[in-house]
Design a protein around this ligand. Sequence first.
Ligand SMILES: [Zn+2]
Length: 432
Amino acid sequence: MKLSNISERRFTEKDLFLLFFIVWLLAAGCQNTEEAPSVPDGFNVHPANSNTPYKNVLNYCIGQKYPSQSRSLRTLPLIGQVTDNPGVEDIMNRVLVSHDWMANNFRTLLSLLPADILELFKATTGVVISSDIRPAYYNPQTGAIYIDPAYIWLTNDEKLTISNQKDSRSDYGKTLKFVPLWRYVKDKKYAYSGTDWTKQYNRTVDDVKIGLAHLLYHELSHANDYFPPPLIKTINLDQTVQSAAYSLENERADVKISRNSSIRLSSSVLFTLSNVLYGGMQPGSAENGYSPDTVSFELKKEPANDMYNFYGVEDIAMVFEEVMLHYHYGIDRQMAITKMPAVQNPTAADYVISWGQKNRFMDDRLKPKAIEITKLLLPKYDLSGFINSLGKATEMVKNTTWADTMYIYKTLLPPPDTRLSNDILLINYSMK
Ligand SMILES: [Zn+2]
């Protein structure tokens, strides 16, 4: 994947001011030291475990929004550099939270998730859960995952402590002629719930568990892409997280897939459109002119299970999350290219399908890719027999609506906003 395809997170003027201030502070004497400088760009977070052996370094290494430099692995190693079989508390010792309930809920949910999720944490340095994170992301400069707590609140009081700001990506691609949609479905219902900021209600762990599994499989695949599991133990601690990632670039799953002509992506139309949809690129007349059928034609012939595959390093993550959720929970993923609705505030019945599939990863072109990706990211487990035993992807019916394909559409809980991509790529660092 060319790094030029990675979109930058947008900085506000305030952010830029803080960034310059940090650079000034560092230039004024903090450079080349691993002692924690007091910088003003931190999340307002504290360790989930007050007695963690990393309590003095977590904030310094992973608690900054726009870190000015990557920290040494000797200060905070990858979890897999210090343990072969991490348990829930090994992860919790690396967690920073803005509110204590986030630690409690995250701990409870981790203990309910599949064991391979703990294994995948070996490629990370830690986790930050803060009320002002939206959307979630993985940062290869810190090696940590940043989680939007909207995934894990259970009581209405907990919900009230979280930012209810609109996702910054909500308006991307508004002038295009098509809308890509997706959702995870279990037992003819959404597999997990979203957040309605206007209503008072509580949720159970069962309402949110699969949403967190979805997010973690996605973000952890990024971590295991940058830090390939077989190499984690060999990484020299006397380097920064970022320089370690850079030294492993040729071994990355994303790079290996892009060298394999039978499973790599190639549509230049979809690469460009993904920058509009997920990076906020201003579309030109060409992009605004593509019909839903043209986009469907392009996507159908690609070994991709979503438009998001074409953005940055997302190809690996998109295939991996779909396989793992089906493997553990029997969940189906539906995706479709639909016509941009002409009405204001459209509902599912206003999105007319041009083309779509259920369980796209079961397509003949995607199964070999799914096997390859699971081998690279989870070498301890062999999912090839499972993937080969599956049937085929199911075609959706052209010109039906997104509501028609949901057999039962009634739920008391709001569905997640599945027009949005899972996360955002934070950075455009050269990795050098
Ligand atoms: Zn991602």
